[in-house]
Design a protein around this ligand. Structure first.
Ligand code: AMP
Length: 342
């Protein structure tokens, strides 16, 4: 247990002082766990920090909204930025850690500017834009990458920078973004990055919706309908748990549910309904993310999906329509891991 409950973390905005501190920790044989985030912290992020504090002496949390992982027409400008409340949440969590049996505390927040992260050329979101990028193909082109072509290039690039700057012993990523975890693991292996990858469980709201910084844009009406994604995935998971291994046998109940819910919504008047588009429901190999026709018992599979909640057609006076008044489309992703031999 730590001796003091006083908040002790420091905020770094530049690389050099962070490196000086990190070097001292190395000399003191302190282990470091890194939790990269884009801020707008919620219980999903905090659970990764808790996990990192169980397994390390010190936790570094990075808060940086990375422009290169947003496409030119994506929501970089409207991505929620909540610096003060993020710091409050981290202080509260650090207090909790101080009075718990956790091994470590939050020692450092790294919140760089883009000039620090992209020191030579401005960060480009263009597909053929210039810059020093890390690309992990074909993994980065599948699933989320099919509709967000620069996304994983941006993620792999910023994580490489963060790993080089912080040089953690372990880095923590949430299962919520499953394709990201597959890509970062591949990157660590292929580039011989001297660091252990650690996975954290997806944290959910009581009704199953996976927590996400973007959920604040949903508002009550779309929020109610948005649980359709996890419900569909759970239907498919039941098939697998019931012994089915063929793609169509596993996936049909998921498609059936998303179709019937959409039809139900379409029958409501525009003032009451929330419509969505299903981008994909995937059953994929856990290492290659190739779609599978039959699940290999020894490997299991990743069941994942993405839906886009359309803007509200007719927001009502006094309705909780979320940040952005229902006008912002919200893309939701979720997944379940089908364990080997389950
Ligand atoms: P983000 O700030 O969205 O880039 O997420 C930072 C980290 O938090 C990533 O490793 C995410 O996978 C993880 N994360 C986001 N949402 C959740 C969640 N609901 N449960 C667990 N981890 C999450």
């Amino acid at each position: 247990m730590s001796s003091t409950a006083a908040p002790k973390f420091q905020i770094f905005r530049e690389v050099a002082p962070l490196r000086a501190y990190r070097r001292q920790q190395l000399l003191n044989q302190k282990s470091v766990g890194l939790v990269p985030t884009m801020g707008a912290l919620h219980a999903g992020h905090l659970s990764l920090v808790r996990q990192a504090a169980q397994e390390n002496d010190d936790v570094f949390v990075t808060i940086y909204v990375n422009p290169t992982q947003f496409g030119v027409n994506e929501d970089l400008d409207s991505y929620p930025k909540t610096w003060d409340s993020d710091l409050e949440k981290l202080h509260a969590l650090d207090q909790e850690l101080a009075s718990s049996s956790a091994r470590g505390r939050i020692s450092s927040i790294f919140a760089p500017t883009s000039k620090v992260m992209y020191p030579t050329l401005p960060p480009s979101s263009e597909i053929d834009g210039h810059g020093s990028f890390v690309t992990i193909t074909p993994l980065a082109n599948k699933l989320e990458g099919a509709s967000r072509p620069v996304f994983f290039r941006g993620v792999a690039t910023v994580c490489t920078k963060l790993f080089n700057i912080v040089q953690p012993d372990k880095a923590y990523f949430g299962q919520k973004d499953i394709q990201q975890t597959v890509i970062i693991r591949r990157m660590i292996e292929d580039f011989h990055i001297n660091m252990e990858f650690r996975l954290g469980d997806t944290q959910r709201e009581a009704d199953g919706l996976a927590m996400s910084s973007r959920n604040v844009y949903l508002g009550a009406r779309r929020r109610n309908v948005s649980t359709i994604l996890v419900q569909a995935l759970r239907r498919a998971e039941e098939q697998y748990k019931g012994g089915r291994r063929k793609r169509d046998d596993i996936l049909w109940p998921a498609h059936d549910l998303t179709n019937s819910k959409l039809m139900e919504q379409e029958e409501l008047p525009p003032s009451q309904r929330a419509l969505y588009d299903v981008d994909y429901i995937s059953l994929a190999d856990p290492d290659t993310l190739e779609e599978v026709d039959v699940v290999d018992e020894k490997k299991g599979a990743i069941l994942s999906g993405a839906i886009k909640m359309r803007p509200l057609e007719e927001p009502q006076e006094g309705e909780d329509s979320g940040l952005g008044e229902g006008a912002v489309p919200v893309r939701l992703i979720d997944n379940l891991i089908l364990a080997p031999g389950a």
